[in-house]
Every structure is written in structure tokens, then in C-alpha cells.
Design a protein around this ligand. Structure first.
Ligand code: UD1
Ligand code: MG
Length: 455
């Protein structure tokens, strides 16, 4: 469904004081994505013809990080009504309806926004749709006061509410849809004659009613309307997001052994029959294909794990790690910007960075690709079927040929040809009887010292 005749106005000019942050409040991430981007992404399903973000303090941070939207500045924060008024000059000539959203209320669903759009279109004489909810703790929310016919009469702000109005539990989310034809006139007639001395957007309800138009309420679940003002509310929003991601993953055929210990990003992609053991973290940009296992305590970011591979426990996959089908990454292994072909094994205590590794190569415990000289990064290429002995340092740029071996403990600075053995360590020498002689001498020395101490 497209809604060509809709402009979204996203309010984000508030100071965000309670967040106590140098980062703009709405840029704080949930599941690795700025909270306001969650809202903008849901909004794209409505295909609004314009999206205007109202900015104030730290607005330049939003200008830098958000794409595909327009910005207007609200110099002084004189209230939600004033914020919407500030967006009007940039919408001059636009005749569609105006959907007002809050940048710090990120979880509103596309279905809810669609319900608001269809209510405005379908209800008789409807000029305004307000999004409301039954609050478990109505606290300081504006209260929705309905008339006998069920239509909305007015919204009373908590500060201005009488005791019987405060007893109402149906609350204002703050979000509303204003019919385009009337929006400009209605917004122009707002005043700041109230307890807060602000231009209340909520006064539009009475204004619409007075001009003979009805006002509808669309209700939705409180969880969808959660606003984020503090670090603890941010953590609560993260918990809600994670719980949704876990449920979605399991519904798609992923096994989570201990779901509450696994953390996803907004874009984590997991195939069917993937098994995720406890305490795994997915930073942004990870894809895990069908039938793979991510073992306990692994951290993945920007990585692809192909079909049937096994990663961890205690593995770290960093950006551009591409783990081939059936490959095995074991404990305390870090992989960055490296492509591993099918069946590669990197089982223990290894760093692989800026490398390509051919099919079925075996990388021994403690292997390090020395990819950095303090200035630049260099590439390591390991051929198919190669065997790298334990505790080897591969000093890049360097190539190990197909089916070549590297002797354990080697520091490899020159290329090793296919089928060859590269070994670079001092040749071993055995001295007969040395250990026994040493033992005898040293125990005599120790006994002499102990005898001296007792004197
Ligand atoms: C508003 C509603 C209230 C509702 C509550 C829901 C009004 C008058 N009141 O109250 O009925 O229950 O939201 O959370 O609308 N903003 C600006 N510029 C301003 C003022 C606010 O951009 O001048 C933005 C804020 O950044 C925020 C949003 O608008 O994203 C809401 O502002 P806030 O001050 O939190 O409104 P409330 O007083 O909570
Ligand atoms: Mg508020």
C-alpha cells in the first residue's frame, strides 16, 4: 500500500536532557541502529512523499546521520504545536495529510500507521486521528477525553487536568494524523494559554471539533508507544527489541539454547537449523547460513558464516570475515577481512587477518598472520589443502601454495611453493646425558646451600 499524499513530520527538537549525553537522544542505538532510524524505516512502508525532521539542539548530528529526509530548525522549543508549525513553511504547496511522529518513540508499527491513515479516510467527516493507548501507569501523559458518541472531544495535559480527568487511563501517545486541507488553518490558531505556557499540538482536537470535524482515536498497545528519555528507558527498549528478535529467529527455525543470553543487531540474518549456543553477540552485518552452529561466548560483526560451518566457542569474527561451507573456527580464534573456503579448519588460538585460505587447509594452533607493519596492511594467501604447523608466524605479504606444509614454529617471510615444506627455525640438536648431569650438579648445589643456612 502506498500513501502518496502523506507527509511525515518527525519531532526531534527536544533537549534530551535526561539522557545526559553528547550524542543526540534519537541517535542512541537500539539493536545497533539509531532509534530514530527504526522509526524512519517503518515509515518507508507508507511511502510518504515528504519526511521532515524538526531539529533543535545537536540537530547537526541528525543532518549528518540521516538520509532521505528534510530538516527544519525549531530555534526555541515552544511546544509540540510550535514544532509542527515550524515544519509548515517547508511543506508550502503540499496538500496531503500530515502524520506527526516523535523521534524518541521508535517502535510504532507500519500497521498502526496504516490504521491511522485508513481511519482518516474512512470515518465520516473525520479531520484528525489521534493515536492513543490504555496506560498501565498513566503518570504525566495527556488524557484523551471522549464524548458520548465515542469520538474524541479534547486532550487535556496532565498539568492542566482536573482530578476526574487524571483518573482517565486512555492516554495520548502524542502522534496524530492531520487532514491536509485543514492543517495549516488549525495549526495557525494554536495559542499558549495553558499551565506550561506552550503551544500544545493537542489543542488541535478541540479546534477540529469546533470547525465541525470529528476526531477519531486509534488505539494500540502501550509497548509500541514506548518513549525513550533516559539510559534506563533505552535499556528497556533494547530488551524489548532483543526479545522480538529472539522470537522471530526461533519462529524462522533457529535454535537458541538460552534465548535471553543471545544479542542480535537489527540486520542479523540467520538461516534454517542454525544453532546458537548461550552468550553469543551479533554486532551489525552478520549472516549465518543454514545448518551452522555458533558456539557459546562468540562475538560476530560484519561476518558471513556459510552453510554447515561451526564457529566457537569463544571465537571472534570481525568485519569481512567470510567462513566457508563446513569450515570450523575454534576457541580463541580471531578472523578479520579474510575469506576461508570450504572445510577450512582454524581450531585454536589463532589470528587470521587480510587473508584468503583455500579449501580444506588446516591452520595449526597459535598461527598468526602478521598483517601489519605499523603503517600498512598486507595480504596472506594460503592455498587449498595447505597445512600450517602450530605456532607459525606468516609475515605478510606472503603466499603458501596449494598442499604445502609449514613446519611448526616457523616465521615465514618468503613464499612457500605448492607441495613444498617451508620451515624456518634452528635445527634441533640433542646432547646425550646432559639432563642427568645437570640434575646431579644442581641438586648438589642446592643441598650445599641448605646446609649453610642451618649453621
Ligand atoms: C506530549 C503530549 C502529551 C502526550 C505525550 C506523550 C502535547 C502538548 N502533549 O507531552 O499529551 O501524552 O507527549 O509522550 O503535545 N518536541 C519538539 N519541540 C518542542 C517540544 C517537543 O520537537 O518544542 C518534541 C520532543 O523532542 C519529543 C516530542 O516532541 O520528541 C514530545 O515532546 P515532550 O516535551 O516530551 O511532550 P510531553 O510534554 O511529554
Ligand atoms: Mg514527553
Amino acid at each position: 500500500m502506498t500513501t502518496a499524499n502523506l507527509a511525515a513530520i518527525v519531532l526531534a527538537a527536544g533537549q534530551g536532557t535526561r539522557m545526559k549525553s553528547d550524542l543526540h537522544k534519537v541517535l542512541h542505538p537500539i539493536g545497533g541502529k539509531p532509534m530514530v532510524q527504526h522509526l524512519l524505516d517503518s515509515l518507508t512502508h507508507l511511502s510518504p512523499s515528504r519526511t521532515v525532521v524538526v531539529i533543535g539542539a545537536k540537530g547537526e548530528q541528525l543532518e549528518q546521520s540521516l538520509q532521505g529526509v528534510e530538516f527544519v530548525k525549531q530555534g526555541e522549543q515552544l511546544g509540540t504545536g510550535h514544532a509542527v508549525q515550524c515544519a509548515l513553511p517547508s511543506l508550502e504547496g503540499f496538500e496531503g495529510d500530515l502524520l506527526v511522529l516523535y523521534g524518541d518513540v521508535p517502535f510504532i508499527s507500519e500497521q498502526t500507521m496504516h490504521r491511522m491513515v485508513s481511519t482518516l479516510a474512512e470515518e465520516d467527516d473525520c479531520g484528525l486521528v489521534v493515536l492513543g493507548f490504555e496506560a498501565s501507569d498513566p503518570a504525566a501523559y495527556g488524557r484523551l477525553i471522549k464524548g458520548a458518541d465515542g469520538s474524541l472531544e479534547r486532550i487535556v495535559e496532565f498539568k492542566d487536568a482536573a482530578p476526574q480527568e487524571r483518573a482517565v487511563t486512555l492516554c495520548n501517545s502524542g502522534m496524530m494524523l492531520i487532514e491536509g486541507g485543514s492543517a495549516t488553518d488549525w495549526l495557525a490558531s494554536l495559542n499558549n494559554d495553558n499551565a506550561a505556557g506552550e503551544f500544545y499540538l493537542t489543542d488541535l482536537v478541540e479546534i477540529a471539533n469546533k470547525s465541525g470535524r470529528s476526531v477519531a482515536v486509534v488505539e494500540t498497545d502501550e509497548a509500541e508507544l514506548m518513549g525513550i528519555n533516559s539510559r534506563s528507558e533505552l535499556a528497556a527498549a533494547e530488551a524489548i527489541f532483543q526479545s522480538k528478535m529472539r522470537d522471530a529467529a526461533m519462529a524462522d527455525g533457529v535454535s537458541l539454547v538460552a534465548p535471553e543470553t543471545v544479542f542480535f543487531s537489527f540486520d542479523t540474518k540467520l538461516g534454517r537449523d542454525v544453532v546458537i549456543e548461550p552468550n553469543v553477540v551479533f554486532a551489525p552485518g552478520v549472516t549465518v547460513e543454514d545448518g551452522s552452529t555458533i558456539k557459546a561466548f562468540s562475538h560476530l560483526e560484519g561476518a558471513t558464516v556459510r552453510t554447515g560451518a561451526s564457529v566457537g566457542p569463544y571465537a571472534r569474527l570481525r568485519p569481512a570475515a567470510d567462513i566457508g561451507p563446513g569450515a570450523k573456527i575454534g576457541n580463541f580464534v580471531e578472523i578479520k577481512k579474510a575469506t576461508l573456503a570450504e572445510g577450512v579448519k582454524v581450531s585454536h588460538l589463532t589470528y587470521i587477518g587480510d587473508a584468503t585460505i583455500g579449501a580444506h587447509a588446516n591452520i595449526g594452533a597459535g598461527t598468526i598472520t602478521c598483517n601489519y607493519d605499523g603503517f600498512l596492511k598486507y595480504q596472506t594467501t594460503i592455498g587449498a589443502g595447505a597445512f600450517i604447523g602450530s605456532n607459525s608466524a606468516l609475515v605478510a605479504p606472503v603466499t603458501i601454495g596449494d598442499n604445502a606444509n609449514v613446519g611448526a614454529g616457523s616465521v615465514v617471510t618468503k613464499d612457500v611453493e605448492g607441495d613444498a615444506l617451508g620451515v624456518s627455525r634452528a635445527r634441533q640438536r640433542n646432547i646425550e646425558g646432559y639432563a642427568a648431569k645437570f640434575r646431579k650438579e644442581k641438586s648438589a648445589e642446592k643441598a650445599a646451600r641448605n646446609a649453610k643456612k642451618k649453621d
